[in-house]
Design a protein around this ligand. Structure first.
Ligand code: AMP
Ligand code: MG
Length: 485
């Protein structure tokens, strides 16, 4: 393993059985050039990796692992890192592992080429930037490289390499694999590794209590992540359990999408004809994957213990989701003393969120623009001065700015009636409205049209739109930081 001096191999891998991990060597593709690097990866490491990718220096070695997974609900025992390789861990103190995607054939490629197309690399890179900028837990983008080589197995697409960073790339599929192959000691080993640096109350011991704490933490993290995805209009698209991070991170998001027009049936995965992974199915399918995890863990944690934890997922998700949706409207989900509102207020908050979604759907409004304009119109206005006439004006203006169809006068009135309910709740919570949260209603959202424009330009070797789009996405984060300070 010839890691760069700034990286080391995570020690815990050395104690894993060879059936789980194997050493693999990168197959370079000259010429390869760095086209973008995120701040999380130093220029020196990015350059060193780049030289190896293009064959200028000896090929890097890394580790690949076996995993299984439930794909579209069906168990597939034989998956694994078919095109991804773990290069090492950053020595910078950030405690991030460095993964390479598109490395060429590995022991788990099963006849495929082990490569990543430039289109898919760009999509995944941009989506992870967008997620990070909106404070949605995700695998971090590290760098992206473009090669002059073409991929015969992928419609002669241009080849690319993607560097991804994460505290751990562990998937539920890894634990499924160890469970069905009877490698329970290795499964316990991975859980302890996972708990040590990343989970709160978890001493380094293989006890029943710690395994329970581990499972509860995974359920909690996924309840939070699922709520964030829903609130930010994000659809993963391929929520197979092999794409399901144990740390509750958005992982393998190349086929994901942020919605534009509000559409609960949004389903960015073209092969998902039945909409198993559609936007409005995500919390259900996440619960399915957590159930798969509970089943895999049975040698270490009986189902009668994990089931009650699993049963809390829905409630946890609903609470986080309701909180975030209230926040998007600048409303408090709890009073200033963090005490729950009376039931009638809670009901009014939930109705308000559900009703605006229904209006957005009926009137084909843009999800993000609509929340942004609502914040602009109502949260910054003198609420006392907004009368019925003004509400109708605002409703008309908002529909015109966010929609793409002609709407009737009755629809405008309906929207203005919703505004009246909204105004009432804002007034009730005044003078202590919800403090502005960074990235709640991001100023800039990743649109499919922007991604496509970047991809098109990149294929013509113009990488400027890529850089510009990432600057725009990062602006959300910077703006959020400014608002907080
Ligand atoms: P994905 O759809 O990217 O989550 O991949 C599902 C499985 O197929 C994983 O085990 C991948 O490693 C494998 N896979 C996908 N594309 C390739 C490829 N081009 N070469 C080798 N393995 C691949
Ligand atoms: Mg995958």
């Amino acid at each position: 393993m010839n890691n760069h001096a700034d990286m080391s191999l995570p020690d815990y891998y050395q104690d894993l059985p060879p059936s789980l991990i194997q050493t693999s060597a990168l197959i370079p593709l000259p010429p390869t050039a760095l086209i973008h690097r995120s701040n999380a990866l130093s220029a020196s490491i990015a350059n060193t990796i780049g030289q190896s990718l293009s064959g200028e220096t000896p090929a890097m070695a890394g580790i690949v692992s076996a995993y299984s997974g439930h794909q579209f609900g069906t168990f597939n025992p034989a998956l694994g890192d078919g095109r991804a390789m773990l290069l090492g861990r950053l020595n910078s103190g950030a405690n991030l592992e460095v993964g390479l995607k598109g490395c060429g054939k590995t022991a788990f490629s099963y006849g495929h080429d082990g490569r990543l197309s430039l289109t898919d690399a760009l999509k995944e890179y941009l989506i992870s930037h967008a997620l990070m900028a909106q404070d949605i837990p995700s695998i971090e983008p590290g760098a992206i490289y473009c090669s002059g080589a073409r991929l015969p197995q992928q419609k002669m697409e241009t080849a690319a390499f993607l560097i991804r960073l994460a505290p751990s790339f562990l998937r539920v599929g890894h634990l499924e694999y160890l469970s069905i192959t009877g490698q329970h000691g290795a499964m316990q080993h991975l859980i302890i590794h996972c708990m040590q640096p990343h989970f709160d109350a978890a001493p380094n011991q293989a006890t029943f209590q710690n395994n329970l704490a581990f499972f509860s933490e995974v359920v909690e993290r996924w309840a939070k992540l699922a709520a964030k995805w829903q609130a930010q209009g994000f659809c993963h698209g391929t929520l197979n359990s092999d794409n399901f991070s144990v740390l509750g991170l958005s992982l393998d998001c190349g086929g994901s999408q942020f919605m534009s027009r509000y559409d609960p049936l949004l389903c960015p995965n073209a092969i998902d004809k039945r909409g198993r992974y559609a936007f409005n199915q995500q919390s259900r399918v996440i619960l399915f994957n957590l159930t798969v995890l509970a089943q895999a863990l049975t040698p270490l944690l009986p189902l009668c213990v994990s089931q009650p934890v699993l049963a809390t997922f829905k409630q946890r998700f609903n609470r986080y989701y309701a909180q975030l949706m209230a926040q998007k409207l600048g409303l408090r989900y709890q009073d200033v003393n963090q005490q729950p509102w009376p039931l009638s207020t809670m009901q009014a908050l939930c109705d308000l969120s559900a009703d605006i979604l229904q209006l957005m759907f009926d009137l084909r409004l843009d999800y993000h623009r609509c929340y942004q304009l609502l914040a602009q119109y109502m949260q910054s206005a003198d609420l006392e001065l907004i009368n019925n006439k003004r509400r109708i004006q605002l409703a008309d203006e908002l529909i015109n700015h966010c929609g793409d169809i002609e709407v009737s006068a009755a629809d405008v009135i309906k929207f203005s009636e919703w505004l009246a309910d909204y105004q009432q709740l804002l007034q009730q919570q005044s003078p202590s409205p919800c403090p502005a949260q960074p990235s709640t209603n991001p100023r800039f959202t990743l649109r499919t049209s922007d991604v496509n424009a970047v991809v098109k330009a990149a294929h013509q070797e113009n990488f400027m739109p890529l850089t510009q789009l990432i600057i725009a996405l990062r602006g959300n984060k910077l703006e959020g930081a400014a608002r907080q300070s």
